[in-house]
Design a protein around this ligand. Structure first.
Ligand code: SAH
Ligand code: MG
Length: 199
């Protein structure tokens, strides 16, 4: 099974995704340091880019930077004057991501915050940071329900218990329209939830 999923993904990459030196560089640097290969795949990166452009999002928040691979995809998708704020708690990853973003010339569009995501989110809330148009939650999955609550300060969420609770919470909120997609590919079995905060 995995072999076929990978083969199909490689076909999609070849035909749909142009080479991008900044993205290749970032992922190479990450793998050279033996960081976990947890970055989104190329087609998932393009999905983020398309969603951001289709929704005309300008302000993007990311939880879980790793080496900045998805951050770079998203920074390239927003218009000039837009911003990606990305949260990472591992110092070495934060530092490499900073380098990769500088290498890509995207430092004016990206702000990286080093620290536990929940703490950084609270800091952003306390500072009354301008709302975000698009949020990519890709850090530690058990905290997804907490992140949903912090990213969506007005929702009434019950208890916190991993992705299952996260999906249950999404379903309970009247403010949110959500879907979940199960995917297979080079990264094996994977998935996305996609949520729109209703106007
Ligand atoms: N979005 C990245 C991949 C992120 S992997 C990409 O597609 O390129 C998940 C990252 O979340 C890891 O780098 C991990 O260190 C970070 N992380 C895990 N728990 C975290 C937490 N509580 N606060 C901040 N970052 C966290
Ligand atoms: Mg993943």
């Amino acid at each position: 099974m995995q072999e076929k999923w990978t083969e199909n993904d490689l076909f999609l990459f070849q035909h749909l995704i142009s080479d991008d030196n900044d993205l290749e560089y970032a992922v190479q640097q990450s793998h050279d340091r033996q960081f976990p290969e947890h970055e989104v795949s190329k087609t998932q990166g393009m999905l983020l880019s398309l969603l951001i452009r289709m929704s005309k999002s300008k302000r993007v928040l990311e939880l879980g930077t790793l080496a900045g691979y998805s951050t770079i995809w998203m920074a390239k998708a927003i218009p000039d004057g837009g911003q990606v704020v990305s949260l990472e708690y591992e110092q070495e990853r934060f530092e490499l991501a900073s380098q990769n973003i500088r290498h890509a010339g995207l430092q004016d569009k990206v702000q990286l915050l080093c620290g536990p995501a929940a703490q950084s989110l609270q800091t952003l809330i306390d500072a009354q940071t301008e709302p975000f148009d698009f949020i990519f939650i890709d850090a530690d999955k058990p905290n997804n329900p907490l992140y949903l609550k912090l990213c969506n300060a007005n929702s009434e969420d019950p208890k916190v218990k991993g992705v299952r609770q996260f999906v249950e919470d999404l379903g309970l909120s009247d403010r949110l329209d959500s879907t979940g997609l199960q995917t297979v590919g080079i990264k094996g079995y994977d998935g996305f939830t996609l949520t729109l905060v209703k106007a």
